[in-house]
Design a protein around this ligand. Sequence first.
Ligand code: SF4
Length: 251
Amino acid sequence: MLSEDIKILNRLGKQFIPDITKPQVPGPFKGRPEISFHQIDEDALVSLCPTGAISKAPTSIDMGKCVMCGECSFAYPEKIKFTTDYKLATNVRERLIIAEGDNHPIVLDANNVRNEIHNLFGRSIKLREISAAGSNADEAELNACGNPNFDMGRFGIEFLASPRHCDGIVITGPISENMAEAVQVCYDAVPDPKILILAGTDAISGGIFAGSGALNRSFLEKYKVDLFVPGNPPHPLTFVNGVLELIKRKH
Ligand code: SF4
């Protein structure tokens, strides 16, 4: 019944986020950390991190290794505070390392973006997602990017099934030995020029699996990564805003 459909539409209202670059996220979300100059026992702080994401002198957190467990901020709240800034994606790996006093946003380096990315993908980009031993947490959040709330399809960003119809791949998971060949085959199937995105801590550094003999991350030594999207799992706003910045889509 049409009248019923109209009633439902009226009740639901507009579900999409009108300006994807500006929404606030609730407090429990852990985004970009801020590290103060407060004096603490740095060795104790470093030792409590399960992934070796924290370094000392100066105290810093590598967001490419952080699994957002929150232990550091629980133990040293006067030293480390996680903000709700979800704009964490960048194309420079070193920019994921936040040192004490670094209270500025994480951004992409425009000079590090290939020209063809802007020229070819500015209005439409199709991606193939590869779960390379992922936990399904990263994958679930990437799926959410296309839901009526985040609605990345309105910007021409979509996940497709066939890599032959795509402009790039998004890897989630730490890349296990038995997924290494599949990642390579999928990447090779994408026509040039192609984009490589790592989504989630596991993909960027191996996360809690880093150093495991069950991983084979040699694929990442061969190609330039176009976008690192931190998070464990990454928030849909982190992914969508990161891709929009990469392709310079006017949103
Ligand atoms: S929140 Fe991140 S940096 Fe802090 S202890 Fe956990 S993994 Fe390490």
